[in-house]
Ligand binder design. Sequence first.
Ligand code: MG
Length: 477
Amino acid sequence: MNRRDFIKTIGLACAGLPVSAHRSACGGLAGTGSTSERRRPNFVVIFCDDLGYGDLACFGHPTIRTPNLDRMAGEGQRWTSFYAGASVCTPSRAALLTGRLPVRSGMCSNVRRVLFPDSAGGLPQSEVTIARALKPQSYTTACIGKWHLGHLPQYLPTSHGFDSYFGIPYSNDMDRVGGEGRQAFWAPKIEYWNVPLMRDEEIVERPADQNTITKRYAEEAVRFIEQKREEPFFLYLAHNLPHVPLFCSDEFRGTSLRGLYGDVVEEIDAGVGRILETLKKHHLAENTLVVFTSDNGPWLTFNEHGGSAGLLREGKGCTYEGGMREPTIFWWPGRIQPGVVRDMGATMDLYTTILKLAGAEVPSDRVVDGLDLTPALFGTGPSPRRTMFYYRGTELFAVRKGPYKAHFITQSGYGSDKPVRHDPPVLYHLEHDPSEKYDVAKDHPDVIADIVKEVEKHRATLTPAEDQLAKRIQKEG
Ligand code: MG
């Protein structure tokens, strides 16, 4: 991308000025600076569960109100081609926290798609999470919310570099003990799902009161920021919602035009507002990068209780755009260039970006898939991400390079259909055709040949990893 296109892409307020002039004209916003010259920045990553690309007002939803996220996007950057590392929970979370495709850590599987309460596996100790990588830089680290990278002690957040943990360690629809089939989801009751709420390694409530969980996570986040504001911190706030079953507090129930799903998203939005207010109140906003995104697309088989991928095709569980492209916002007043970024980015890039900004070491003894997004954030250049690999389990289903995406295998997220292999692959131009409707493979054999070369290069970097999701706890007797 040339400089003119870049300026157009991010919609700079001072468009037309050279980047160096822009830096001074806009009050020295650009540039990474040196972490030794200033206090190390704080990081807050807010990660939703199953929120769709089209579920925020600032991403086009007509009836869900998200005034806090809309303001965050206005003051920061809204990314329109930002990807999760997988289309379901466990592998997606592993990708974000390790900066690596889950196929490298064993956190994806063709046997079971995610971890369950009877799983014996989890994120291996050999993986270096963002939290652990930040510890040598004296960061205080907290994980609040859904973990889903192993609930046994050796896999919990406190075994992976987090100083503290408060949350439900896996999905809110697990430990099912009551209710009739799907009917239970349409009228959910707390007692149907006997999920534990944990503080560090202890269960403090069971079943967790999910009606108040979103509110309590936000309160816990605010408390953490207030208590730790004198030291550099990393807060990973992973909401359990809007994954089904849907719950919200009394204050929000019945208030959204979108129904219960809207109530839930609007409560998450309110929590974001409280967190940003807290950062502003304590004069931390100018030294804190806040990122909001989601782990995978909407769970469409849950009808109105699932979200919307907007104009993107399909949803959770599959490698069409609706499964992995996420509504993403970056916020850091005074540092990042406000605007819309149409370049590609991925949750794995948060790993490398955060570590670089903190002056921490990115592990050099392994393949790290994350890239440093600071050029795009600070307005000094485009995002370095040019390719995206879409996996289902351990199989590579699709690859995006630039505007083109080749599907080698397709399958619906949760249907009974078998995977369909395509040779030549189905090819879509995602900028012209974000809904993946029109196959242009026959017009672009050169593009396909180029993507096939990328696949070969990529495969050469893979080494086998033990499947962590297939292992189950052995029952006695
Ligand atoms: Mg999810």
